[in-house]
Design a protein around this ligand. Structure first.
Ligand code: AMP
Length: 413
């Protein structure tokens, strides 16, 4: 029989790898709290319509990458490919607008996209995202970008490039889309099939195309900044000014549109130069009209961003991480009855403790203690144990002391 393995494009995080992911999530949580974000947790599957209406039918995500299935009641459900649509649904469903003027939300969890797996691109991956709902201010856009950079600074990750753009709003969009159509009208025969379809259906999405032969043609795209209206232009200027005031270097890429239809005004991406092809470590943008789609047309201005956690871990490199425990309890056959009470006593005192329940040879138990990264071993020798005592060995400096079992927990530092 063939062995059952993990599904293509998914990863098991074993021991130290899981610990690295948890540490990263905890760091992100800590920084998010500093900026005033609070967590919302939502289910990993949603009604498919949430994503088709929210992200846009013509996007790569919705048209090619969703894991969609029918439940037993023949409802169409989809494993979430991103987090913003769910946050918006929760925001509307729980009337969070009634609770406070500006909602600052963070989320973390697994996302699912049926992409072609390669290093840094998976079918199940993890994002940590933030959303600020309720303010049209460009200061919010700048703060989200600064938050993202703060995270990388805290993690000690350098070699990053910040790229920004403004994709306008429904007021200035039509003129830009017309300019795009005009630019590419004679190029259609040379463009890929997806570009040709998008030319008619959703011309902005053409700028998302990754096909090599389309790139020289798409490079002719006019800059959005030349078409911004009198609301979007000063908004973009303020975002750039705030970043400059904070001493941040950035590049304006007039073709940066990002793969979701809901963006308005600011869009940005941060890439880690050392990652090669899949180098985007986070990205985001403003979505002033998305909430209206789910709230009977009444929208709330909003902006958000998301980090790709696997890519951040890749960029940080394979730093040697080893899980540790405070104490490993070594028992002899004669003292096996003391094993469980000793473990319980240590844990009740707040120490992490483990043991070899098979009570193998002392040599083998000490080897296991080493493998588990035990800081101390507590050895229940028959003679010591009879007197309510044990040997406490410091595994770092290899010193040993005979102490009362009851006092051992307090001697572990
Ligand atoms: P997006 O939701 O497409 O804006 O992506 C935000 C971030 O999630 C990206 O910058 C990546 O770091 C990460 N990401 C997106 N898709 C994948 C994937 N298939 N595998 C791993 N990370 C991903």
């Amino acid at each position: 029989m063939e062995a059952i393995t993990a599904v293509r494009g998914t990863n098991d995080l074993v021991y130290a790898q899981a610990a690295r992911m948890l540490a990263l999530e905890n760091t992100l949580r800590g920084i998010a709290h500093k900026y005033g974000y609070e967590e919302i947790r939502t289910p990993v599957f949603e009604h498919t319509e949430l994503f088709t209406r929210g992200i846009g039918e013509d996007t790569d995500i919705v048209s090619k990458e969703m894991f969609t299935f029918q439940d037993r009641g023949e409802r169409s459900l989809t494993l979430r490919p991103e987090g913003t649509a769910s946050m918006v649904r929760a925001f509307v469903e729980h009337h969070l607008f009634a609770e406070r003027g500006i909602n600052k939300i963070f989320y973390t969890g697994a996302m699912y996209r049926a992409e072609r797996p390669q290093k840094g691109r998976y079918r199940e991956f993890h994002q940590f995202g933030v959303e600020v709902i309720g303010s049209p201010s460009p200061l919010v856009d700048a703060e989200i970008i600064l938050f993202n950079l703060d995270v990388f600074k805290t993690l000690g990750l350098s070699g990053l490039t910040l790229t920004i753009n403004s994709v306008g709003c429904p007021k200035c969009n039509p003129a830009y889309l017309a300019a795009l159509r005009e630019t590419f009208k004679n190029d259609l025969p040379s463009l890929c099939e997806t570009c040709r379809t998008r030319y008619d259906k959703n011309v902005l999405r053409m700028l998302d195309c990754k096909v090599e032969s389309c790139q020289p043609i798409l490079a002719k795209a006019p800059a959005f900044s030349d078409h911004l209206c009198d609301e979007c232009k000063p908004h973009f200027e303020t975002v750039k000014q705030e970043l400059a005031n904070a001493g941040i270097q950035f590049t304006v890429n007039p073709r940066l549109v990002r793969g979701l239809d809901y963006y308005t005004k600011t869009a940005f991406e941060i890439s880690a130069n050392m990652l090669g092809a899949q180098n985007a470590v986070c990205g985001g943008g403003r979505y002033d009209n998305l909430i209206g789609v789910f709230n009977n047309g009444k929208s709330f201005p909003a902006m958000g961003s998301a980090f790709g956690l696997e890519r951040i871990l890749l960029a940080l490199g394979d730093a040697e991480t080893k899980n540790t425990i405070d104490v490993f309890v070594v028992a002899f056959k004669e003292t096996a009855d003391k094993l469980m009470p000793t473990l319980s006593m240590l844990r009740a005192a707040g120490r992490s403790a483990n043991a070899d329940y098979n009570v193998s040879s002392i040599k083998s138990q000490l080897k296991t203690a080493d493998k588990l990264g035990a800081k101390y071993t507590l050895i229940l020798g028959p003679e010591e144990a009879a007197a309510g005592e044990c040997m406490l060995r410091n595994m770092t400096d290899k010193t040993e002391k005979r102490v009362k079992i009851a006092d051992a927990a307090g001697m572990i530092v």
